[in-house]
Write a protein that binds this ligand. Structure first.
Ligand SMILES: Cc1cc2nc3c(=O)[nH]c(=O)nc-3n(C[C@H](O)[C@H](O)[C@H](O)COP(=O)(O)OP(=O)(O)OC[C@H]3O[C@@H](n4cnc5c(N)ncnc54)[C@H](O)[C@@H]3O)c2cc1C
Length: 542
């Protein structure tokens, strides 16, 4: 078993080739005793006023196990340890026979990874996705929407192959402490992501690389006997005695009957399919509210962020674009702190709406993070239950703000923008406006696009943030809104053992839309866990 050596630091200009000798010193062996080494984790540390790289590396010694045992016996150091192999639980297939092939609704990260897992084990899933494949989706977004301003509710930044993940920023970190996160990263690497995602502590793919990765993943599912059917929307359910019996599929092609008898159905519809959630509620699927985030998105010149984070080292070629994560405690209220969400260094602001007539902001960047601007959500948490709202009212509440923003800028899909300084001074912004939003921006009163709780929190947060990060609330900081898709206000409760919807057996809600994930990795892991549960119950098809 290899040894892991932690907390090795290197100055920015030092090559990684220096790592084995640092490790040898730490392990009290000679450099020549190191037979093999590899980087396990790489992080940038800018906390102590100087910027450096911090590494974990794995090391194998000449002489193999005996030499390693000997070395470890003499060491009493926390930062030299045996490298624990990842614990992957073996799958034990169930015994029940499945009446129909498993169906996966939605081909976002949750649905993709659930389908991949089922396909890899011979369960031949059928995926139903309301949007189009990446090739056609690319045209629908980049040409029809961005150029011709023709929004397509079937195929957009949220719907289609890869779901919301395809044009997302592709940051792959999660607060979830789950060994399965590593296996999702391994798969993404297998389908074309850069190997750095396996070692960087803040891995990132970029919206220019994700589409190809999604297509490769789909091709793998197909090669294993699974099917992915595009432009197939789950439109209704038949539930008998609290058991899912069949589903109706809208716009079914020749392969898909309008009504499908089903066995287990994994439901990975994402956080924006409000029509589908309404349909599920009308068929008796239990839906609850949960706290959710809402706020604005703020954009700064990237050079400013680099300066805040890296000081004199800003612009160093090995550093790339700096990021931040902040919690504005001074903005705290009954809604908790205001905090940053989905920070996109070197990125652009994207229109994350699934229906026409709405504006909802989000951010993304390309692999190189090369835009001259950085953006991040600044959000607070609202609890629909405390606001007297049920699940559908909470969805309508989000939608209302999105509609207001759309109308405010002349129903043109231009995003409302206000300089942070003008927001604080309650005056109109003027002058030329360069927005990274692909459909442009228009000066507007941001308060008209967000709940008062958000504008109050911003008023408290910005002056203090500006003291810590000069310019954060100044004239070069642009605020856009509303940031309504940070998380869903609903949850589809599920049985903790079987992972089925509590009052609809056979339905397996997964991912962000069901309220169990908040990003690509957590959605993927949640999908895999439900696929595992299905395989643990049902026998492997012959
Ligand atoms: C611009 C942007 C940037 C983001 N950046 C990041 C990031 O950097 N890192 C990160 O971790 N997360 C990011 N996210 C969030 C991330 O994309 C989501 O958390 C993730 O995609 C959720 O996965 P999911 O599978 O649960 O749902 P989704 O990805 O939303 O997929 C749901 C799929 O279901 C389909 N669907 C919906 N209803 C039906 C129906 N009735 N019938 C058939 N199909 C249906 C949809 O078309 C969609 O393809 C970003 C999101 C956006 C929009």
């Amino acid at each position: 078993m290899p040894i892991v050596v932690r907390n090795l630091t290197l100055p920015l200009d030092e090559s990684e080739e220096a790592l084995p000798s640092l490790a040898a010193k730490r392990m009290r062996v000679e450099s020549k005793d190191i037979r093999h080494w590899a980087v396990v984790k790489r992080a940038v540390d800018a906390r102590r006023g100087q910027v450096e790289f911090v590494y974990q590396i794995e090391v194998a010694l000449e002489g193999g196990g005996d030499a390693e045992q000997k070395c470890m016996r003499t060491l009493r150091k926390q930062d030299v340890a045996w490298l624990e192999p990842a614990k992957n639980q073996p799958i034990v297939y169930g015994k029940e026979s499945m009446s129909e092939r498993p169906v996966v609704v939605g081909f976002g990260p949750a649905g993709m990874f659930a389908a991949l897992r089922l396909a890899e084990h011979g369960y031949r899933p059928i995926v139903l996705e309301r949007g189009r494949d990446v090739r056609r989706r690319h045209h629908d977004v980049m040409v029809s929407y961005y150029k011709d301003r023709q929004f397509d509710p079937t195929s957009n930044l949220l719907y289609g192959e890869g779901g919301a993940g395809t044009y997302s920023d592709g940051k792959l970190y999660t607060r979830r402490n789950d060994a399965m996160c590593g296996s999702v990263l391994e798969k993404l690497f297998q389908f074309g992501a850069d190997p750095d995602i396996l070692v960087n502590t803040r891995p990132h793919i970029g919206s220019d690389r994700l589409p190809t990765i999604c297509t490769q993943l789909r091709k793998c599912i197909e090669s294993l006997g699974g099917e992915v059917r595009f432009e197939q929307q789950l439109a209704a359910l038949t539930v008998n005695d609290k058991m899912l019996a069949s589903i109706d599929v809208q716009e079914g092609g020749p392969d898909t009957p309008k009504n499908m008898r089903v066995g287990p159905v994994i439901l990975g519809i994402g956080h924006s399919a409000r029509d589908t959630i309404t349909m599920l509620a009308s068929h008796g699927v239990k839906i609850e509210t949960k706290p959710f985030q809402i706020g604005v998105r703020i954009e700064h010149p990237q050079a400013m962020v680099d300066q805040w984070q890296f000081g004199a080292a800003a612009g160093h070629q090995r550093l790339g674009a700096a990021e931040y994560h902040l919690v504005a405690k001074e903005a705290a209220s009954e809604h908790g702190d205001m905090f940053s969400f989905c920070m996109c260094p070197g990125g652009i602001i994207l229109p994350s709406n699934e229906s026409p007539g709405l504006i909802a902001t989000n951010g993304a960047s390309r692999a190189q993070r090369s835009s001259l601007y950085a953006n991040a959500g600044l959000v607070i948490t609202l609890d629909p239950a405390k606001m007297g709202m049920g699940p559908l009212e909470a969805l309508a509440y989000q939608r209302d703000w999105e509609e207001k923003a759309f109308k405010l800028t002349g129903s043109s899909y231009r995003v409302p923008v206000q300089r942070a300084e003008d927001f604080l001074n309650k005056c109109d912004s003027q002058g030329s406006l360069e927005a990274t939003f692909p459909l442009g921006g228009a000066w507007a009163d941001i308060r008209a696009t967000i709940p008062k709780a958000v504008s109050d929190a911003l008023e408290r947060a910005l002056p203090n943030l500006d003291k810590k990060m000069p310019g954060f609330g100044g004239p070069d900081a642009l605020i856009t809104a509303p940031e309504t898709r940070a998380s869903t206000p609903i949850r589809i409760p599920r049985d903790p053992q079987t992972r089925e919807a509590v009052e609809t057996a056979g339905l397996y809600p997964v991912g962000e839309g069901a309220g169990y994930a908040g990003g690509i990795i957590s959605a993927a892991v949640d999908g895999i866990r439900s696929a595992n549960q299905i395989m643990a119950r049902y026998a492997r098809p012959r």
